[in-house]
Design a protein around this ligand. Structure first.
Ligand code: ADP
Length: 215
């Protein structure tokens, strides 16, 4: 299983829930970048017949599969919510599988460079060391809350609980090589995406070099 991306310039795209990662990813995709969506890969791991299912059922027991053979998400969520050790056991199974599948997708990519969409990249040393550049989508917390309330029909308290389990805004910004400000409207994103796309093309063509502290 690949553990690094060879010969391809790669960016780790991250940001808190509702910051606008999906919107930003689709704008880079429209310009020819390959997007590797780790949330989507994670979901595919635990469907019926998914690659993580044998290890998960061996670790947690057959009662963690639903009638279709997929992971019983509600049951697993309830367990890991109240049990940090169980959460760590779950992640020890899932995370390497997700990374391996993501890196394999990147190896097969045909785009001009690869963007890994990784919601918890800043929280994960394993991801930070595998990308050439960290791109953070940023907006004030009040904007995140309003967007997720509208998108997911969730009360503010539930959005805040999810945000509390993610790295704080300041930690994410401190880890960033590049920042997209998504406080404004969608039109305000375009020039920022255009500038970064040019930069990433230059990195991937080798006409400028990657800062040495990230290699
Ligand atoms: P994430 O992937 O980071 O959770 P999304 O890209 O799904 O965030 O954005 C969250 C929600 O806010 C979506 O419904 C999206 O359409 C909306 N949204 C994102 N950026 C903007 C913006 N600049 N203006 C208005 N709505 C936005």
């Amino acid at each position: 299983m690949a553990d690094t991306v060879r010969d391809k310039f790669s960016v780790g795209l991250t940001g808190g829930i509702g910051s606008g990662k999906s919107v930003v990813a689709s704008m880079f995709a429209a310009r020819g970048a390959t997007i590797v969506d780790t949330d989507k890969i994670a979901h595919g791991m635990t469907v019926a017949g998914g690659p993580a299912m044998p290890a998960l059922l061996a670790e947690f027991g057959p009662e963690f599969a639903d009638a279709s053979g997929a992971m019983d998400r509600a049951r697993m969520r309830a367990l890991v919510f109240s049990d940090a050790t169980a959460k760590a056991r779950l992640e020890a199974i899932l995370h390497p599988l997700i990374r391996g599948a993501a890196l394999a997708e990147a190896e097969a990519a045909t785009g001009s460079y690869v963007i890994f969409d990784v919601p918890l990249l800043v929280e994960s040393g394993a991801w930070r060391s595998r990308v050439a550049r960290v791109l953070v989508v940023d907006c004030p917390e009040a904007v995140q809350i309003a967007r997720v309330m509208a998108r997911n029909k969730m009360p503010a308290s539930q959005v805040q609980a999810i945000m509390a389990a993610q790295a704080p805004r300041s930690t994410r910004l401190a880890a960033a090589d590049d920042i997209i400000n998504n406080e404004g409207d969608l039109a305000a994103l375009e020039p920022q995406i255009a500038r970064l796309h040019d930069l990433y093309l230059a990195f991937s063509a080798g006409t400028i070099t990657i800062p040495s502290q990230r290699l």
